[in-house]
Design a protein. Structure first.
Length: 175
């Protein structure tokens, strides 16, 4: 069995590690809280504009630009296509804010998911660390109670306990 000083130094080391993990989990929770507020702030705007479709506008713009670039038209028809492209650009500018908000919502959701996974990982690590600390604290308590009773560890050369030693331990425990 390890000496009391060794156990105490190991306990100190684990306590420092536990403190750093607790600080880390506090930081992650702050970030998660901020992301949840951000998510809540985006929801009303996105709910208002949930029926706005953007993808078809982008597809339409690509189609018009492709036609202008690849097909030969009269100047009159080409001007009409250019007007159509400008009209689509104006519509895209109007919905650009909605598109940014949707993208931001996706990123915020990913950040929240990552943060929750990180918190769960840290909590598992803390649980393991606390269990180990409890075992060490119990070992230190055992050593202290035994030294208080006058029993020394490592005093026997052959690792055997005599019946007389057991009798002393028993009589001390009954008092």
């Amino acid at each position: 069995m390890a000496s009391e000083e060794d156990l105490i130094s190991k306990i100190d080391e684990l306590e420092k590690r536990k403190g750093s993990l607790i600080e880390k989990i506090k930081e992650v929770n702050k970030r998660l809280r901020y992301k949840r507020y951000e998510q809540k702030a985006l929801e009303p705007f996105l709910e208002q504009n949930k029926n706005v479709r953007i993808g078809w506008l982008r597809k339409r713009k690509q189609d018009v630009e492709f036609k202008i670039a690849t097909e030969a038209y009269t100047p009159q028809i080409e001007r009409e296509w250019l007007k159509e492209a400008k009209k689509i650009d104006k519509e895209l500018l109007k919905v650009q804010e909605i598109e940014k908000a949707r993208r931001k919502k996706r990123f915020v959701d990913q950040d929240i998911e990552y943060g929750e996974k990180e918190v769960a990982k840290i909590e598992n690590e803390l649980k393991t660390l606390r269990d180990e600390l409890n075992k060490l604290y119990n070992s230190v308590r055992t050593i202290r109670s035994m030294t208080k009773s006058g029993i020394k560890f490592g005093g026997f050369k052959n690792e055997m306990v005599t019946l007389g030693d057991i009798g002393i331990i028993e009589s001390e425990n009954k008092k």
